[in-house]
Design a protein around this ligand. Structure first.
Ligand SMILES: CC(C)(COP(=O)(O)OP(=O)(O)OC[C@H]1O[C@@H](n2cnc3c(N)ncnc32)[C@H](O)[C@@H]1OP(=O)(O)O)[C@@H](O)C(=O)NCCC(=O)NCCS
Length: 303
């Protein structure tokens, strides 16, 4: 581990005990190195391009530049110098409207938030965690909740579409042709492989779904360096049908999901939410979640 990484780990550990040691970025990254106040700050820049009909294209810009920032102990001045160097690096780059710059940073680092806001980044997504407590009270809903089956495919696809459409208004999702087919394929994959999908029904009418999984961060995947190693419950999607929202369906689903996910040996549960969503942040905070990482995005990318 180089001195910058060691400094960064010490700073992160002091900021938030739930932050794991930092993970190496993808090997095909371009280095950025700056100094601020006599202290060194580094970063590794990665460019990813998604095909228009692909799954990731539903959830963000087609072209994404991501910076793994390692300002060590150079503080907010080091992060600001890194962002300035990144903007310079992008000068003349022909990025289109369907592009973005992203950087994930610990949510509790308020000084870094000020720097990112000043550079035109928006806090679009939070990775939030919950300790492995028993479920919250199920609330007043009269819906029944059961494990979903392959025969529920169409109802589950409609509910996934409703969540994706809502997220395209208040979060990172982007309207794309072919979305229904991609979401349908994802529901099929989840039914077959994760097996942890619950459907809420009101008198037999589908009212909401919770799609979850049990996962373990591993080197090379997107959770490595975001969560402590071990087994975690992942709440992938919670969606309540538009006409049923605000009636306790979400609480009823999460009471069942948390009971199943919080097994012996599970470190906690996590999920992603969008701070600009007027419904979900308050819901998740009352369910015991709190932000750990914030994914900052500039759309479109600097050019
Ligand atoms: C977010 C969403 C899933 C919540 O489901 P819901 O069925 O509407 O939520 P509920 O009726 O169960 O809960 C809503 C209320 O209960 C509160 N609540 C949730 N858990 C609670 C708890 N344990 N104790 C007390 N109150 C609680 C919520 O804060 C909210 O309060 P309010 O009615 O005073 O505003 C739903 O609104 C939805 O599908 N939204 C669109 C898609 C979306 O945003 N999905 C989440 C993506 S991260």
């Amino acid at each position: 581990m180089n001195p910058l990484e060691a400094q960064q780990n010490a700073r992160f550990a002091a900021l938030d005990p739930q932050l794991p040691p930092i993970a190496p970025p993808p090997s095909a990254s371009e280095p950025l190195v700056v100094t601020a106040g006599g202290r060194k700050a580094g970063g590794l820049l990665t460019r990813v391009v998604h095909a228009p009909g692909s799954w990731p294209a539903l959830w963000g810009p087609l072209e994404m530049w991501d910076l793994t920032a390692v300002p060590g102990d150079s503080g907010p001045a080091g992060l600001a110098a890194l962002l300035d160097a990144w903007r310079e690096r992008m000068r003349g780059t022909p990025s289109g409207a369907d592009s973005g710059c992203s950087l994930a940073w610990p949510s509790r680092d308020a000084e870094a938030s000020a720097v990112l806001l000043a550079h035109g980044f928006a806090p679009l997504t939070c990775l939030a965690v919950r300790s492995p407590e028993p479920p919250e009270n199920a609330g007043p809903a009269r819906v029944s909740v059961r494990r979903a089956e392959e025969s529920d495919l169409e109802a589950l696809t409609e509910l996934r579409l409703a969540e994706w459409r809502y997220t395209s208004l208040v979060g990172t999702a982007v309207a794309r042709p072919g979305a229904r087919a991609l979401l349908r394929a994802e529901v099929t994959r989840s039914l077959r492989f994760s097996g942890l999908i619950w459907l809420a029904e009101d008198d037999g009418v589908p009212a909401g779904l919770a799609s979850c999984a049990l996962v373990s961060p591993a080197p090379g995947d997107s959770l490595h360096g975001r969560l402590h190693p071990g087994r975690w419950g992942y709440v992938d999607t919670l969606s309540v049908a538009p006409e049923a929202r605000g009636g306790g369906v979400g609480r009823a689903l999460m009471a069942v999901a948390h009971r199943e996910l919080v097994r012996p040996g599970v470190r906690g549960t996590f999920l992603f939410y969008h701070p600009a969503n007027p419904l979900s942040p308050v819901f998740w905070h009352r369910q015991g979640y709190r932000p750990l990482w914030t994914m900052w995005i500039r759309r479109p990318a600097w050019s």
